[in-house]
Design a protein around this ligand. Structure first.
Ligand SMILES: Nc1ncnc2c1ncn2[C@@H]1O[C@H](COP(=O)(O)OP(=O)(O)OP(=O)(O)O)[C@@H](O)[C@H]1O
Length: 606
């Protein structure tokens, strides 16, 4: 194979020979008629002195570089065979496919033996084996998980590994294409303002206290109670005639924040009622507010039931969030006010998933209402107030299947209330449905009707409903994955920021240490002096008129180069302009490390 290819490659070169040699060469090639697999490989005659004596072709042709003679034989890259010129051409087997090349061995990736490569290396740097090895080296991806895709076959000795460039900001994940260049540097590096503000407000809400409050100091192990109810109008219809009050409180056991729901005036007559909520503590679903504990307590001067759940700061009920039943009149409602179909489907799928977990655990939500579904984030809803009814109506003994079907009805009514903006869709289902039909497509309308009529069909279950809305479930799942991707992108930015904070902290530790003879002994000479100048270079730049330059991008760029220890050089000039240094970031990095080690050795261990 190599011979054929070589011949076909070399043949045109004869065209550049002088005319007198050309004809001779032509005659020779004619005598051999045509090239075939048995043709000997072309070897320039002047290579071997012995052959050279017999040769009729002289190396006089200055147009052929002597280097060309020692060029490696042509070998198609895909087919890597051992260089074995002594192997006779293999006859094509009847079973061999047409495209198979005679003599070419099948390529089987295997661990390359470095010693064999060294031996080859010493003899011939251009052997195909060596080429193959190098091809492998160039393909190596230091980021690849070696356990994947047979990458373990190509693991290189550690000496060949490239260091990963951690200083580089790789723009991974989804991105906003509408950014103007000047907005980019800051935006690309930090959490978006909206997200930061949202998180900070939530943290502030979690830490909020109510000084001089009349509320009890402690309820069991919970303290610092802050009421979360925004209205004094309490509906008693939800919890079987009892009023409920909601407080944020901090646990003295672990410092975390929780919500205490107080069911006012509830008298426990059967211990089993409290025990019956035990299974709720094991319910884990992203669409359910987690139950933590249930107990009775008299701190409010009466006998009350307390249900402790997770706290989701700044969340609102669906009714509050969409201002259901007050202020917004359906007739005058603009399409902007209208809850979009996508959002409604998102609520349906999240609550259906929550109900599935509850029902499959042998429980029923029993409370599903616009005032008991929490909106804890953008389009994120969670079932709230679960387990309360299990205690309050423990004795009622309503069959579970009936309670579960009622959950389906309540789900339909809740979504209908949001879509039609009516406080209680159960009071006039037909009217609410008429409003609903004006805004939403038949698929969603049908789902509402299916849920509402669940009590009339004994066999209706949440699993059936989920099967019916499977395409919406998939859309919701996809949206959740996108949201997850976005969060990962934000997370990646924060990783870089944390690294820069550590570097800045280090730099500030070592710059200007007054305890070392007012810094003279520490930073007025040697490496640390140029670190001091570097600090000026990064943070204290002034323009040609001596005005301070406030440029975050400059600082970030310097810090990243410093962290990576690049070879780029900076010119550092002392404040009195008497000293000038040209140092690379690599040297600066080294100096910082050694100064920090030095400082560390003097430090008091804590
Ligand atoms: N787990 C929780 N985390 C954070 N806030 C909550 C939590 N549970 C309830 N809240 C908030 O407490 C407030 C009162 O909740 P509640 O369930 O009592 O609703 P409501 O509208 O007052 O209903 P009701 O009339 O039945 O009392 C709401 O603003 C709600 O957002």
């Amino acid at each position: 194979m190599a011979a054929v290819s070589k011949a076909s490659v070399e043949e045109p070169k004869s065209n550049i020979l002088p005319p007198n040699l050309k004809s001779k060469n032509k005659a020779e090639s004619q005598s051999k008629k045509s090239f075939n697999v048995d043709s000997p490989s072309f070897t320039p005659s002047f290579l071997s002195p012995a052959d050279g004596a017999k040769s009729t072709l002289k190396p006089a042709s200055t147009t052929i570089s002597p280097k060309a003679a020692s060029a490696a034989p042509f070998m198609p890259k895909q087919i890597i065979s051992r260089p074995n010129t002594s192997t006779p051409p293999v006859r094509q087997d009847a079973r061999t496919p047409d495209w198979a090349l005679p003599g070419a061995q099948e390529f089987v990736p295997g661990r390359l033996d470095p010693s064999a490569i060294q031996a080859h290396d010493a003899n011939d740097h251009r052997t195909p084996h060596f080429e193959a090895f190098h091809a492998v080296q160039h393909q190596l991806n230091p980021y690849l998980d070696p356990s994947l895709n047979g990458a373990t076959f190509f693991q290189a000795p550690s000496t060949f590994q490239q260091p990963v460039q951690y200083h580089q900001y790789a723009p991974i994940g989804p991105y906003n294409t509408n950014m103007l260049p000047y907005q980019r540097s800051v935006h690309d590096l930090f959490l978006p303002n909206e997200a930061r503000e949202d998180l900070q407000k939530k943290m502030a809400a979690a830490l909020q206290t109510l000084p001089n409050s009349q509320l009890p100091q402690h309820i069991e192990s919970y303290h610092s109670l802050v009421p979360l109810d925004t209205t004094h109008h309490k509906s008693s219809s939800i919890f079987g005639g009892y009023h409920s009050w909601v407080y944020k409180a901090q646990s003295s056991a672990n410092g975390h924040f929780f919500v205490l729901r107080r069911i006012e005036g509830f008298r426990l007559t059967n211990e089993l009622a409290i025990r019956s909520v035990q299974p709720w503590k094991h319910i884990v679903n992203a669409g359910i507010v987690r139950l933590v504990d249930v107990f009775t307590n008299r701190s409010f001067g009466d006998s009350s039931l307390f249900v402790v759940t997770d706290y989701h700061p700044l969340s609102k009920t669906l009714a509050e969030h969409h201002q259901i039943g007050h202020g917004r009149h359906v007739r005058g409602r603009s399409s902007i006010d209208q809850v979009s179909e996508t959002v409604l489907w998102s609520y349906v799928t999240q609550l259906a998933s929550a109900l599935k977990t509850v029902h499959n655990s042998g429980l029923a939500a029993r409370v599903l209402d616009t005032s008991k579904v929490l909106v804890t984030g953008k389009n994120r809803v969670r079932l709230n107030g679960c387990a309360v009814m299990d205690v309050i109506q423990h004795e009622a003994g309503t069959p579970l299947a009936q309670l579960q079907r009622q959950d389906l009805v309540n789900l339909g009514l809740t979504i209908l209330s949001v879509g039609a903006n009516v406080a209680d869709a159960s009071q006039n289902f037909a009217r609410a449905m008429d409003q609903f039909k004006r805004f939403y497509k038949p698929e969603l309308q049908n789902a509402m009707v299916w849920l509402y009529s669940a009590q009339q069909y004994q066999d209706r279950t949440i699993d059936q409903f989920i099967t019916l809305i499977s395409s919406q479930m998939i859309a919701s799942f996809d949206a959740a994955l996108h949201a997850d991707d976005n969060l990962h992108t934000e997370l990646a930015r924060e990783v870089e920021n944390a690294r820069l904070v550590r570097l800045l902290t280090k730099l500030n530790f070592i710059n200007e240490r007054p305890e070392f003879e007012h810094d003279r002994q520490w930073a007025e000479n040697g490496e640390r002096f140029f670190l001091k100048l570097f600090r000026d270079y990064v943070f204290h730049q002034v323009d040609s008129q001596g005005r301070p330059v406030i440029d975050l991008a400059h600082i970030l760029s310097c810090m990243n180069k410093l962290d990576a220890g690049t070879d780029e050089r900076v010119t550092l000039i002392s404040r009195d302009e008497q000293n000038c240094f040209v140092v690379s970031y690599r040297e600066l990095k080294k100096a910082i490390e050694s100064a920090f080690q030095d400082l560390n050795s003097h430090a008091r261990r804590i």
